[in-house]
Design a protein around this ligand. Structure first.
Ligand code: SAH
Ligand code: SF4
Length: 352
């Protein structure tokens, strides 16, 4: 069992309390301090006896990522670089946007792995290779630390930072359970988006979990040839297999899928691409998020605004629901090439 109390569910803290001879109600208190208040130390747990606080501090020291850098974009998007206990560096991004109701909503983009093994050619994280999976505690901690730094609530969560979440599924699902918990951050399950490069077996398993979250699948190509050029995963799991798993997901969960599609000049957009996508996705309840590619060493160029709009319209004509995501934090994009350019409002709830 882990020694990181930030990854303990209330029932796990309860059995720890029992083994320490503590009354059952302590579990709820401690869970609240950790997951709701996001305390930086056991000393802040004012209704917990000093002797117990000291014992926990010795045997279950709070593991906190260290903030190395915080950058703020002119549009208010904030990017954080954290160092983990073993020195691995990971990134996270906080975006704010105003909803139609006028309320400010904050969307937090977190990492699930240090690096990523999938090697997508347009992606800065991919070029790092996989360093390691993050633990549940390391994922939850990104949210707790940023909520504490900004003294703000986080409303939407997107697993769109570094890494492929479905390669770290157990830890990711537990972090979702914790962050969704009513006595913790209480982030609505329909406001949590998990983004995958498209691993069919894991997509089916996720469907069988019956969680009501939003699944986003990175598509990026209208046919196997184009997609394989961009995403090596497509050689292993071509579109036919991926889309069969997506169909299974929508049928089992009764939820739409969000397809993410980066727009690259002269490569994956245009009328032909739109027509192919129309055929490919016909019958799959879905939304398409179009994202102009972030520039980087890969050398891909983003299409001009008019071209983006034409592609979006062509998709609509092909019977697909597509939107262009506004770009966020472009001026702090630097090192990452991926995180900061992401859209804010990923937490589509799109029912069937
Ligand atoms: N591994 C998962 C989630 C992390 S990547 C996945 O691939 O879906 C999150 C999103 O950022 C993906 O849609 C990914 O394709 C996109 N992305 C990566 N590099 C990008 C770039 N240079 N420009 C725009 N989007 C990018
Ligand atoms: Fe990994 Fe996603 Fe980047 Fe591909 S796009 S390399 S799957 S993080």
């Amino acid at each position: 069992m882990s020694k990181d109390l930030r990854e303990f569910l209330p029932e796990e803290i309860a059995s720890l309390m029992k083994s320490l001879g503590e009354p059952a109600f302590r579990a709820g208190q401690i869970f609240g301090w950790l997951q709701k208040e996001g305390v930086a130390s056991y000393q802040e747990m004012s209704n917990v006896p000093a002797a117990l606080r000291q014992k926990l501090e010795q045997e279950y020291p709070l593991i906190r990522p260290r903030l190395l850098r915080r950058q703020e974009s002119s549009d208010g998007t904030k990017k954080y670089l954290f160092s983990l206990a073993d020195g691995q560096a990971i990134e996270a991004v906080l975006m704010s946007h105003r909803e139609e109701t006028g309320h400010i909503r904050r969307t937090f983009c977190l990492s699930s792995q240090a690096g990523c093994p999938m090697g997508c050619v347009f992606c800065a994280t991919g070029s790092l290779g996989l360093q390691r999976n993050l633990s549940t505690g390391e994922m939850v901690s990104q949210v707790l630390e940023v909520a504490a730094i900004e003294k703000k609530n986080i409303h939407n969560l997107v697993y769109m930072g570094m890494g492929e979440p479905l390669l770290n599924m157990e830890a990711v699902l537990k972090s979702i359970r914790l962050l969704n918990h009513a006595q913790g951050q209480k982030i609505g399950i329909r406001r949590i988006t998990l983004s995958t490069c498209g691993l069919p077996e894991q997509i089916r398993r996720l469907a069988d979990e019956g969680l009501d979250l939003v699944l986003a699948v990175s598509l990026h190509g209208p046919d196997d040839e184009t997609r394989s050029r961009l995403m090596p995963v497509n050689n292993r799991y071509p579109l036919k297999e991926l889309l069969a798993a997506c169909r299974y997901y929508t049928e089992t969960s009764r939820r739409r899928i969000t397809f993410e599609y980066i727009m690259i000049k002269d490569l994956n957009i245009g009328e032909q691409a739109a027509a192919k996508l129309g055929k490919l996705l016909s019958g799959i309840p879905c939304n398409i998020n179009l994202i102009p590619v972030n520039p980087g060493p890969h050398g891909f160029v983003r299409p001009g605004r008019q071209e983006q709009l034409r592609f979006c319209q062509a998709l609509e004509q092909a019977g697909l629901a597509a939107v262009i995501r506004e770009e966020r934090g472009a001026d702090i994009d630097g090192a990452c090439g991926q995180l900061a350019g992401k859209a804010a409002a990923e937490a589509e709830t799109g029912e069937l």
